[in-house]
Design a protein around this ligand. Structure first.
Ligand code: ARG
Length: 246
């Protein structure tokens, strides 16, 4: 009996040790995002949802790591990745030459288009109409902000913390239009009456994952995982789930 008890004790000890081992050995993959960008990343209650979140989960699975989502201001993502606070930034983030000076980008997994949202009946009918001293609402530090500041003058651009705040400003007449990525634009227009998207596109861009320049090992494994997940249909299915082809 005594022997049986000591054997059982030993088994329990080995098991609990193994359990500890697995939790400490599963490395965490820290993702930085800005979860106010439907359908790429948004919150559903306390949970995160969206294309980028699901792709990140699949990437973590492939790398044998545990995904941790950090919801931060969009403008702090690049710096946080650069400093190593986060392993990767996935936030419907456009590859630009300027950002490439600070971080590396993975291969692109989606296309984004900057579009213009106006109130129905607005006298802004094309991009050219914006030049008339109109005010433009944007999410701070996004390409919408950067391009609009270049093209229309920084003074005419009003920067908000989220795209939703910029759209609220449009609804209440504080700005004349909002420049933002097309998929979030569609979801804002669907959720709010009286808004419409101009037919002329402002800019076409590639979305990719930001990774620290030194971390070429992670860049390589993420690119390999992205290729596999594209080839086996996983990423196309995730995108189709959130953006059904009409
Ligand atoms: N594509 C734009 C950019 O890279 C906007 C991205 C905003 N993303 C977000 N999760 N809020 O600047």
């Amino acid at each position: 009996m005594k022997k049986l008890i000591s054997v059982m004790l030993a088994v329990v000890m080995v098991l609990s040790f193994a359990a500890c081992g697995t939790t400490t050995n599963t490395d965490k993959l820290q993702m930085a995002t800005n979860a106010a960008f439907t359908p790429y990343e948004y919150k559903e209650g306390d949970a995160y949802a969206g294309i980028d979140i699901e792709i990140a989960e699949k990437l973590a699975e492939k790398l044998g790591m545990e995904l941790v989502v950090n919801d931060v201001e969009f403008g702090s993502i690049i710096g946080g990745v650069q400093s190593g606070k986060y392993d990767m930034g996935i936030a419907g983030m456009t590859v630009t030459d300027e950002r490439l000076e600070s971080v590396n980008f993975s291969t692109s997994y989606a296309t984004g288009i900057q579009v213009v949202i106006v109130a129905e009946g607005s006298d802004i009918a094309t991009i050219d109409d914006i030049y008339n001293g109109k005010t433009i609402g944007v999410q701070q530090d996004t390409t919408g902000d950067i391009y609009a500041s270049d093209d229309f003058g920084s003074d005419n651009v009003i920067r908000y913390k989220t795209g939703a705040d910029a759209v609220q400003a449009l609804i209440s007449g504080k700005v004349d239009c909002v420049i933002i990525d097309n998929e979030p634009a569609k979801s804002f227009v669907a959720a709010n009456e009286g808004l419409t998207i101009l037919e002329t596109e402002y800019a076409v861009e590639d979305y990719a994952i930001a990774i620290a320049k030194e971390n070429t090992e992670l860049l390589d494994s993420i690119n390999a995982a992205l290729a596999e997940l594209t080839e086996d249909g996983t990423i196309p299915a995730i995108i189709e789930k959130y953006i059904p082809a009409e």
